[in-house]
Design a protein around this ligand. Structure first.
Ligand SMILES: C[S@@+](CC[C@H](N)C(=O)[O-])C[C@H]1O[C@@H](n2cnc3c(N)ncnc32)[C@H](O)[C@@H]1O
Length: 477
């Protein structure tokens, strides 16, 4: 069932009923960005921000975060039963569960007694039906991301969303009142869960006291690198939106905040559905896999404890990379790496990691410093640089193998544009990264330890070839 909608013209009524004060601000359509917040009159702030009567002020009890969901559960024992059965996995999932219930309540058709409506039930109806984040793109649109760093991230996100939704459904179906509300009339579907996830990601704020939270009305403010406003929490724990000091805005001018200065193009597109090239950092994150033929591959993954990643970023004229796993990936048993399964006192088994005979189980993210003072440190570095360069080359070949101008069906122009921008930015980083690594490889090849090591390896190889050749002669005779 598609979510019900309320016209934005009704927002001031909702705000009055729920004690939201708009001060000198109001919500209007913002060209190409959905809604936005504008100033009702011309304002200039001096060194200090304007006083709070000008501010957009939202009472604390409208702030939606994990504590608010817990409070709501205290008032509604049916919800508490549901939350205890499916929730407490992450703050985000608890908030989505709360929002799912509010979505179902807004289209309640059956006779279920479950669910206590809350101001968020109506507020959700002011929010966009669709957000342009890739998890809400069509299948054809998602094909535009092939060969970018978002390809695997978005596929994984889609699978995770389906898994989370199935989990909520399978458990809540067993609780009669929730079965009636959520599933009997088909009140909600995985599309609602996907939309709520997108709304959460694109509208969540990091509040100084309350942490990660959704805040109605303040979540209508758009992003800009040259932000003119900022949000805060006052002594009464209300959330306020104020102009920044030293800012002049004219009547009707949109005010903006910054969604973060250090986000990459991929992160902006993934979380907010747009790329602001002026305020993104040039960076990308790629998944990494151990060598297929490494007998220690599995142990390395278990010891490392999380999915290995490679971070690449432009830094001035160069490109730098970071990947703690690469340094672990590039050392082997003969270098002094060892894994042992130890039995603890209560019978459990534990994988321990050893480097040069010392327990390094808590150091698997720190192998770069562990290996650098080893006599073969430069060799390990050369191996790491080679692995990273190959990974970047594979990604570059993949990115260039897809043509975004190829006709792949019915795609929205905003999605096509965003995918093209992302690909262009990432191809640039990959090309420059490969060149920077080639330079580092050349320098490493000149290192005396590397020269000596490669020289001795060559001798060993030719000795081996000699032995093989003579044994072949023996065999032949
Ligand atoms: C926190 S909401 C802001 C309010 C939103 N415009 C609305 O209509 O509800 C974030 C969303 O606004 C849009 N947005 C914000 N800043 C933008 C910008 N600079 N360019 C394009 N879209 C923007 C994106 O769709 C983003 O996911």
């Amino acid at each position: 069932m598609s979510p019900t909608e309320l016209p934005i013209a009704d927002l001031p009524i909702w705000a009055r009923l729920n004690d939201v004060k708009f001060g000198d601000f109001e919500v209007r359509d913002s060209d190409g960005k959905g809604y936005g917040v504008v100033c009702r009159k011309a304002l200039t702030t001096a060194e200090r921000p304007l006083d709070e009567s000008s501010a957009l002020t939202v009472p604390h009890d409208l702030v939606l975060n994990v504590e608010a969901v817990e409070e709501y559960a205290k008032e509604d024992r049916n919800f508490k039963q549901l939350l205890d059965a499916v929730g407490h996995r992450s703050p985000r999932a608890d908030i989505l569960l709360f929002l799912l219930i509010q979505t179902a309540l807004s289209s309640r058709t059956g006779h279920s007694s479950a669910g206590l409506s809350n101001p968020w039930m109506e507020y959700l109806q002011f929010l966009p039906r669709a957000v342009l984040v890739p998890s809400m793109w069509t299948e054809d649109e998602r094909l535009l991301l092939r060969g970018t760093s978002l390809e695997t991230a978005v596929n994984a996100k889609m699978l995770a969303l389906v898994g989370e939704f199935d989990h909520v459904q399978s458990i809540s179906e067993e609780i009669p009142c929730w079965n009636d509300l959520l599933w009997q009339g088909g009140a909600v579907s995985v599309r609602d869960w996907t939309r709520l996830d997108a709304l959460y990601r694109s509208r969540c704020l990091e509040l100084p006291k309350s942490g990660e939270s959704m805040v109605p009305c303040i979540d209508m403010v758009n992003h800009s690198r040259d932000a003119t406003a900022h949000y805060d929490e006052n002594a009464k724990s209300e959330v306020t939106l104020l102009l920044r000091p030293g800012v002049t805005v004219s009547e009707g001018q949109e005010v903006t905040i910054s969604y973060g200065e250090a986000k990459s193009a991929a992160e902006m597109l993934f979380s907010y559905g747009f790329i602001d090239q002026e305020s993104t950092t040039e960076a990308l994150v790629l998944p990494l896999e151990p060598f297929e033929d490494d007998p220690l591959a599995k142990a390395k993954l278990v010891g490392y404890g999380e999915a290995p990643k490679l971070h690449v970023a432009r830094d001035g004229d160069s490109v730098v990379w970071k990947s703690p796993f690469v340094h672990l990936m590039c050392v082997n048993e003969e270098d002094g790496l060892d894994f042992r399964v130890l039995q603890d006192t209560d019978g459990g088994r534990q994988l321990r990691v050893f480097w040069q005979g010392e327990d390094a189980t808590d150091q698997t993210k720190n192998f770069e410093s562990l290996v650098q003072n080893h006599p073969l440190g430069a060799i390990f570095r050369l191996r790491s640089v080679t692995v990273v360069q190959e990974r970047l080359q594979t990604q570059l070949d993949l990115a260039l193998s897809y043509d975004t101008d190829e006709d792949i069906g019915d795609v929205r122009p905003e999605c096509l544009e965003a995918a093209k921008t992302l690909r262009r930015i990432e191809v640039g980083i990959l090309e420059d990264g490969i060149k920077a690594l080639e330079r580092e490889k050349t320098l490493l090849m000149e290192d005396e330890n590397v020269v000596a090591y490669l020289g001795s390896a060559e001798i060993a190889e030719s000795d081996l070839a000699g032995e093989e050749a003579s044994s072949e002669v023996d065999d032949f005779s």
